[in-house]
Every structure is written in C-alpha cells, then in structure tokens.
Design a binder for this molecule. Structure first.
Ligand code: HEC
Length: 105
C-alpha cells in the first residue's frame, strides 16, 4: 500500500501497471528476459539493426543501458520501449536477471 502510494505520487502509470508488481522469487534466466524483448523491443532492435538486442550476448552487453532506459519516466525521450512502457514486473525481471548473474539458461 505505501509503495503504491509512493509510485502514484511521482509518475503517471496506470493503476493496472502499478499493481502489476509481483515479487520475483525464483532466479531469472535469459529465456524470461528474451520473452519480454521479443514482445516489446525486437521490432526496433532486431539483429542487424542500429542496436541489436537479438541474442544473449547483445542483451548481456547492454544490460546497464537497458535497465536505465526502461526505468526512465514517461515523457523522457530516451524511455524504452519507445512510445510505451513495461510493467513494473517486467522491469523487475531485467533488474533481477542482472542481480542473479545474467545466466543464459
Ligand atoms: C519503436 C521502436 C523502439 C522500440 C519498440 C524500442 N526501442 Fe530502444 N531505441 C529505439 C531508438 C530509435 C533508439 C535510439 C535513440 C535513443 O537512444 O533514444 C533506441 C535506443 C535504445 C537504447 C540505447 C542504445 C545505445 O545507444 O546504447 C537501449 C538500451 C534501448 N533502446 C533498449 C530498448 C529496450 C530494452 C526496448 C524494449 C523494452 C526497446 N529499446 C524498445 C527504438 C525502439
């Protein structure tokens, strides 16, 4: 409750996005990260594009930039995905993947 109130105060995500904040307990593997990227990023970040996020190595090598960009506030021109927003659980998946050691599988 208190964290939801805090989030509401400082950004304009919808209630549905804020309430989608399930704690992730199991270690996160690349497969889970890849599912989010395939859904929300790969259209623009395909293999051979200006900034491919198509392979494990691509994503691992760019993890700090990704974690930065997906947490930018709405309205920031550098926010990713461009024109949209990941849910808090999806953002947490990237953060926890890094904390868990960026394992491939
Ligand atoms: C509609 C197209 C589009 C989508 C979808 C998109 N991006 Fe981007 N992305 C761009 C463009 C264009 C740039 C270059 C401009 C900039 O740096 O903001 C960029 C830049 C980036 C950068 C900085 C690259 C660098 O120069 O180091 C990262 C990291 C990134 N995107 C991650 C993501 C992630 C993660 C997702 C999915 C959650 C995503 N993007 C979805 C178009 C997109």
């Amino acid at each position: 409750m208190s964290s939801a109130a805090l989030l509401t105060a400082c950004d304009s995500r919808t209630y549905e996005e804020i309430s989608d904040n399930t704690p992730i307990t199991a270690p996160v593997r690349y497969t889970e990260v890849k599912a989010i990227i395939d859904n929300s990023c790969i259209n623009c970040h395909s293999a051979g594009s200006f900034k491919p996020l198509a392979t494990y190595t691509d994503v691992k090598n760019n993890i700090d930039g990704i974690i930065d960009r997906i947490q930018r506030p709405n309205g920031d021109p550098g926010k990713m995905p461009q024109g949209g927003s990941l849910s808090q659980t999806q953002i947490n998946t990237f953060i926890k993947w890094k904390a868990d050691g960026l394992t491939e599988n």
